[in-house]
Design a protein around this ligand. Sequence first.
Ligand code: HSE
Length: 388
Amino acid sequence: MSPRLGSEGTEAPLRVGLLGLGTVGRAVAEALLDAGWCDGVRRRGGRALQLVAVGARDPGRSRGLGMPASVEASSDLDAVVARPDLDVVVELLGGLDPAERLLRSALERGRGVVTANKALLAARGASLERLARWTGAPLRFEAAVGGGIPILTPLVRDLAATQIRSVSGIVNGTTNHILTAMTRDGVAYPDAVVDAQRLGFAEADPSADVEGLDAAAKSAILARLAFGVWLDPEAIPRGSSAGEDAAPGITGVTPQAILAAGDRGFVIKLVGRAEQSADGTVSAWVAPVAVARSSPMGSTDGVTNIIEIEADRVGRLWFRGPGAGGPATSSAVLADLLALARGEGATWGALPEAPPAAVSAKGWSGPWLDLKVDPGRSRFPLLAGPPA
Ligand code: HSE
């Protein structure tokens, strides 16, 4: 029987099984196989971390990692999760299938789980939370939003004394890179997408990013921790600047609109927002918005992410940093592993269980930036006021 997670007084290492050797998975494996890194974090407290198995659909992916023979490398992901000696499964496969089956299997066995899988958490969050609470297995997912930016744990722990009103963010690096290129270099949307693909930021099929699905998933996860409900990401409205019938996200943003907004001191950003009204209802949306160039959001360019919190007592807070990439995202994954090694529980901490909830239809109630540009008209929620 494996020792209890973080049980005090035991010196047994936390035995880790890692699923997925993509950019983030490799960065996590490299750290766990680096004796110097392991010694360094060990000195800061908690049990030692020990990588015991790595599962990747393509076993060739472990090449170059210098894995010792004591670490099992397998393409049978179910067999890795079924190992009786694991304490924690780190799921970095992404997507729903087979990640959901493997993650449930780990939770059912009482293993801790660390994941960066925003699509899975957003789509199945309520039932995964229920299962984790039922089996007592801690589920941690700091890396699912904002890559290397600590945002979920601060929402739960450090802002516990505040009443959070809204959480808004540039939470998708790909679209921010595309919009930044369109703004700085005046390139058209299709050319900026091809360039982002060439640089490895955008996927071959970029629709989840450019149509706002990825930002909707991250907004649902932020809403769970800020407002205590699981919203259905597919029910989160995804707006367009080019009218209600246009494709959502940034696909309808034109260089002409960006230029006209720029003339007035604004830049266009894709933002996901969740807010809670005084009556407790939670609304959320994703849309291209106008923000003052000089604002924290307006000056967040490239693949950088930023999350703005509005809360009583503290007013506005901004969390900005690298929202993607192997090293940055591995920082959040590894910190979750260390939290388990220190006996901390799930990302939701002591919050009560969050039920699924309908997304309130309330949209943006603030001012709009209305631009008459050729072709047609572009309209953006004006999120951060005019330049001073
Ligand atoms: N496709 C995502 C982005 C990756 O561009 O932000 C990180 O979640």
